[in-house]
Every structure is written in C-alpha cells, then in structure tokens.
Design a protein around this ligand. Structure first.
Ligand code: PRE
Length: 317
C-alpha cells in the first residue's frame, strides 16, 4: 500500500494507466491528496484495480466514461466484480489529441498510426480524411503509443506516428505533425479514484454523487420501471445509467447507476432502501464529491428535515 521513501517516511502509492503522459496521468494530477505520493504506472486498467485489491496500491485512477465513446466497459465490469472496491472521487479531463512522430517524419510519410482504441475512435474522421490509407495499430495507452515511437532497443513500434494528448511532447522528444485532431473539440473523459472499502468515506458536501450497481429480478414485467421509480418517488436525479450484460446467459443485465446526492441525504438513502427491497443484488460503490461541482438536483420536499419530520409523525401515530 505504501513504500518507504529515502527519508524514512512512508508514501502512498497511486496506480494509474501509464506510462507518463497519458490522460489518466492528467487526471491523477488533479487528485490533491496524491501530491507527493508514489505514482505507479501500469499497462492496463485491470492491473491498476488489481494493485488496489492486492494492497500494492492505496488507490487507483481509472477512466470510466468518455463523452464521445461512452462507458469504459473494463471499469464498469471490474466495479461489479469486486465488492470491496469504493469510489473516492471523480475527475474530468478535457481530451485534446495531437498527431506526433519522430523528428524527421513528415505527415506524407505516415502509413501506420498507433494509439489507444478510445483515442482512435475519437480521431477516426480526421485520420480518414487526412491520412487516407493509414493502418491502425492498437496500443495500451496514448502515451505508450508515443513512447514506443522512440524505443531504440530493437523492438520499437512499427508505427510512423501516434495519436496522444496534446501535452505529450513535454515528456517525449517527438514532433507534432497535426494539432487538435479530435473529431469533437469538447470531448472529455471522466476518471474515478478507487480504493478498498475501508477507512473514512467522503463526507456530504451538497454537491455529491452516489454510484450503485443494480440487478433486476428475473422475468418481472416492469422491473426496469420499478427500479427507476425508487428514484423518481424520492425526487432523486440520475446523472448516468448504463446497462452491462451479467454474462451468465443472454438477456440478463445489470445497471451501473450514478445518482445525484450523497447516501447521507435522506432522499438518496430512502431510494437505496427501495432498491434493496426489490433487487436481488445492489452493490454500493460509494458517495463522493462531484467533479463538476454542480449542486445536486433534488425535486419536491425531500430534504433531510422533511424526512425526519415524516418519521416523527409516523412514530406518534
Ligand atoms: O490512453 C490514455 O492516455 C488514457 O489515459 C486512456 C483513455 C481512455 O481509456 O479513454 C483516456 C482518455 C482518452 O479518451 C483516451 C484514452
């Protein structure tokens, strides 16, 4: 979980999708409490999660969704598979891509372009229009694609260019062939800070999110509506809902849901109680401050005071 530093103090380890220069590293830079900690680069999202589970890392920073490409399925499924994981924070990173190459390579020389699949999906239109006959080479991250261009140990990438974050040339001696080549100039990726479910959970701030994973009862007409009613009846807003196959057979799904509000908000807690009564499986992933710092939308008379007054009234009946 932590390693001894040279002066004898212990530092916490944060695993992240590396190497240096990924968008995930930009997300890690936003984690105030990780300043001065050990940043441990790994090659796959699952490796970062495994580091946390095995106690090799205190926390992991992992991508969860991109505004263009949608959910990162490896993350959604890993959260469902590991009940001891909690979310401690979320971070938004604007996603701007450049096309980079070794010095001396011109845009007209480029035949093979390497990058992470989510980055390729976000730059495909530009690449198709500007490097018509290119071949795509998949990399474990955008920065790995860039770093591989410079590998001189004999097994360097067969790519001529890489699509990477526009900050990549701070880390690698590469030349920018084209700037800001993303098909959507306002793209963003949302990242999570995850850790084991122990220790202090983030306190309610009034600008929070709560994440859960919910399975529906089998063969029950209206089960999806019943799940959503738990939130609607308490005036609780959802910011995201994604269905993922459970995997045991066709037609069975679980829902990864982000709720506006904190489990300390009575309306959210009441909605979770409702889910628990009707669903065969609810995984609580945690309550944590919202990255966009917006106040959570709650509708109707559902303040903590209103719920407390209703409880008092029942008790007196
Ligand atoms: O390859 C990187 O730089 C990453 O941090 C991964 C990742 C992703 O998984 O979505 C992050 C942001 C971009 O959308 C592209 C790739």
């Amino acid at each position: 979980m932590s390693s001894a530093s040279r002066n004898g103090s212990t530092k916490k380890t944060y695993s992240f999708l590396g190497p240096i220069g990924t968008f995930t590293e930009l997300a890690l830079a936003q984690v105030a409490e990780a300043k001065g900690a050990i940043a441990h680069p790994v090659s796959h999202v699952q490796d970062a999660i495994d580091d946390v589970i095995a106690g090799r890392a205190f926390r992991a920073i992992i991508p969860v969704e991109n505004s263009v490409e949608g959910g990162v399925t490896a993350t959604s499924d890993a959260l469902a598979a590991n009940p001891n994981i909690r979310i401690y924070g979320e971070y938004l990173v604007p996603v701007k891509f450049d096309l980079v190459a070794r010095p001396g390579v011109a845009l007209t020389d480029v035949r093979v372009v390497a990058t992470h699949p989510v980055a390729y999906a976000q730059t495909r239109a530009w690449l198709s229009a500007n490097i018509k006959k290119h071949t795509y080479l998949q990399s474990t991250s955008t920065a790995a694609a860039a770093a591989d261009l410079l590998d001189t140990d004999g097994d360097h990438s067969i790519a001529d260019a890489a699509v990477a974050a526009s900050t990549i040339t701070k880390h690698y001696k590469l030349k920018v062939l084209a700037k800001n080549i993303g098909d959507n100039k306002n793209a963003q990726t949302r990242f999570l800070q995850i850790g084991l479910a122990k220790g202090a959970a983030p306190k309610a701030t009034g600008k929070d999110k709560t994440s859960v994973i919910v399975e529906l009862p089998n063969d029950r007409p209206g089960a999806l509506l019943e799940m959503l009613e738990q939130f609607a009846a308490r005036g609780v807003n959802l910011s995201r809902i994604e269905s993922r196959p459970i995997g045991d057979q066709l037609g069975r799904y679980r829902f990864n849901i982000d709720i506006e509000g904190h489990v300390e908000d009575a309306a959210v807690a009441e909605a979770l109680k409702g889910l628990h009564r009707f669903s065969p499986k609810v995984i609580f992933l945690g309550s944590y401050p919202r990255a966009d710092k917006k106040k959570s939308v709650h509708q109707g008379n559902n303040t903590n005071a209103a719920f407390a007054a209703a409880e008092k009234w029942i008790a007196k009946l």
